[in-house]
Design a protein around this ligand. Structure first.
Ligand code: ADP
Ligand code: MG
Length: 612
């Protein structure tokens, strides 16, 4: 039974074997320390319960002795003679139950509070990591650390304290009473038990391996389902439901096969261990019986011995399962603690900021070179120079994959340049407070706006937490969004669905613009903000953007060149460098890369309305 429980306690998910982080005992101590008092109380109660458990077999033996006496002699009153012993036993049972209740309550209190602390600390530190960290990690794995790993660690911790303490105490206590009852029998037991435990442990580890494979297979099946359900629109669009069903079916079959194999293994283990334990009972009775016959042992003592030896065996079986749980708990804990100690290279805040009235919003890139931390040998920008004069619109154009978004990321300080400096009003970005820079100076609007699954009001307010309702309405008006929002029955309280699934592309983009405008940014970055939109919504969004651009320093990144004609300056980049700068007319006249891009795009765009 205990083994089955351990199987269930395993996480429903497992990860590929990568380098395992080491368990951080110092950090664990930090989380444990606030609970030391309660933990101490729990330990005392658990020890008490275990000691009571040790007492019980002895008293049972005495009771059996009385029963035996009455079967022999049939004289006197059984009830009067056994009353005090029975009451004593009943009291012990009650005490045992009470102690168990007490330490379980205390342990669950510690466990849950520690889990909350762990999750909070981990989440807080994860959110502070560099963007480069998230480039290299899968979100699912990070979420797993918050959920499964903390869960696993918590349950291991609770198990170790409750079961571990109890089992150890019971083994020790019962061994003492056993040897007091009969040294001879105890020695015999001490030979037989470890041998059986050894076999059991071997089988147990084989079963654990099987169970791990089983979970991996289940995880694979879950992955297929997760992907299909998460991307149901794509699945529907390609009419791939049948294929996904088949794929899921294949993985399910695989996991059924593994699980049945595991089930057979567990069944075999249980069957064999039942035989072994029963044989040991019989063996003890047989040998003990001959001792009783030889007057070296009373029948009651034999009964006590049997009950106590069963307790020892159960406890030792528990301990061997617990060992596996400890190993898993430690590795889960190590994974939880790993990202708690990681500190980002770009802090979230700290540094100087400029007062709003002195802020001009001029940006300069000086000989900036950059390669992404996860792809160090691949330079994206080389000796890149760019100036954004305050209050002017500068367009950045170039081929897809040329590094335009990277320029925007450096400006947001998602990354620091490998060489060179990025400056705001002549100050190195690295000396400025990043939270001030991102929260108050720069407004960023990307091609794929991401909204949160809450109300429109809250989504816009994401740009400025303390904005009043009036400010939200004003920003929405400026972004051409007020009209469509108020046309919804719920108005600003409309829930936008997960990632804004219930809105059209143009509506989402206008909300994103309102969200950026509400912080009144001095610098606006538009990264292909309209390129995912159809021409009608592009017109509305573009109108909002034109309005938002006036009086601000604007960097327009555009693939579609029709949108950049109005810019004060157009910068063409290729191979991570700036290769042409000028106005639309100048660049056309020059006949370089820009005019080439224009020519190519004119060819690509189909005529507006094909005559029929
Ligand atoms: P653009 O916006 O001009 O299309 P990007 O700046 O997005 O180009 O990308 C420039 C280059 O950097 C591309 O080769 C792209 O593969 C690479 N790149 C973009 N983002 C990352 C990232 N997070 N990690 C590693 N490489 C990246
Ligand atoms: Mg891009």
């Amino acid at each position: 039974v205990a083994l089955c429980e351990a199987e269930e306690a395993l996480p429903a998910h497992s990860r590929p074997c990568v380098l395992e982080p080491r368990f951080n005992w110092m950090l664990f101590w930090k989380f444990l320390r606030p609970h030391l008092l309660v933990l101490g109380a729990a330990v005392v109660l658990a020890l008490g319960a275990a000691l009571v458990n040790v007492q019980i077999p002895l008293l049972l033996g005495q009771l059996v002795e009385i029963v035996a006496k009455y079967t022999r002699d049939h004289a006197g009153s059984f009830l009067t003679e056994s009353r005090s012993l029975s009451t004593h036993l009943l009291l012990l049972y009650g005490l045992q139950g009470l102690l168990t209740f007490g330490y379980l309550v205390l342990l669950s209190r510690i466990g849950e509070r520690m889990a909350v602390d762990l999750r909070r600390a981990l989440f807080c530190n994860l959110l502070r990591q560099d963007i480069a960290f998230f480039d290299a990690k899968k979100t699912g794995q990070l979420v797993n650390r918050l959920t499964t790993d903390v869960q696993e660690f918590k349950s291991s911790f609770k198990l170790v304290i409750s079961q571990g303490l109890r089992s150890c105490t019971q083994v020790a206590g019962c061994l003492v009473s056993l040897s007091m009852l009969s040294t001879r029998l105890t020695l015999l037991l001490m030979v037989a038990t470890p041998a059986l435990m050894g076999v059991g442990t071997l089988m147990g580890s084989a079963l654990r391996k099987l169970s791990r494979q089983c979970q991996e297979q289940v995880a694979r099946a879950t992955g297929v389902a997760d992907e299909a359900l998460g991307n149901v629109r794509t699945v529907r669009a390609f009419a791939m439901e049948q294929r996904e069903e088949e794929r899921y079916g294949v993985e399910l079959e695989g996991s059924r096969y593994k699980a049945e194999e595991l089930g057979r293994g567990i069944a075999l283990f249980q069957g064999l261990s039942n035989i072994a334990f029963n044989c040991m009972v019989l063996g003890t009775l047989f040998i003990g019986g001959s001792l009783v016959a030889g007057q070296q042992l009373t029948g009651g003592d034999l009964m006590s011995f049997l009950v106590a030896s069963q307790t020892v065996q159960r406890s030792m079986a528990n301990l061997s399962i617990l060992f596996g749980q400890v190993v898993r708990g430690l590795s889960a804990g190590a994974r939880v603690f790993e990202y708690m100690t990681l500190s980002p290279s770009i802090p979230l805040s700290g540094g100087c900021s400029l007062p709003r009235e002195r802020l001009r919003g001029s940006i300069a890139f000086h000989n900036v070179s950059f390669s992404y931390p996860c792809r160090p040998g691949f330079p994206v920008l080389r000796d890149f120079n760019l100036t954004l004069p305050p209050g002017k619109i500068v367009a950045l154009v170039g081929q897809s994959g040329g590094g335009k978004t990277t320029v925007a990321s450096l400006l947001e300080r998602f990354y620091d340049p490998t060489a060179g400096v990025v400056m705001l009003d002549g100050q190195d970005l690295r000396t400025l407070d990043p939270s001030w820079l991102r929260g108050q100076v720069i407004g960023f609007i990307s091609q794929e706006p991401v909204l949160f699954g809450t109300t429109i009001m809250e989504n816009i307010r994401f740009g400025k937490v303390d904005a009043s309702d009036e400010e939200v309405y004003a920003a929405a008006r400026e972004a051409n969004a007020h009209e469509f929002i108020t046309s919804f029955p719920e108005g600003y309280n409309t829930i936008v669905g997960e990632r804004g699934a219930t809105l059209s592309g143009g509506q989402k983009q206008r909300l994103a613009i309102a969200r950026a405008l509400i912080k009144q940014p001095a610098v606006l970055i538009l990264d292909e903000a309209t390129s995912a939109l159809d021409s009608e919504s592009e017109r509305v969004v573009q109108e909002a953007l034109d309005r938002a651009s006036s009086g601000r320093t604007v960097l327009v990144i555009a693939h579609r060149l029709s949108t950049v004609r109005a810019a004060h300056q157009i910068v063409v980049m290729a191979h991570g460098r700036v290769c042409e700068v000028g106005t639309h007319e100048e660049l056309l006249k020059k006949g370089g890369l820009y005019s080439e891009l224009i020519r190519r795009q004119a060819l690509d765009t189909p005529p507006p309305e094909a005559p029929r």
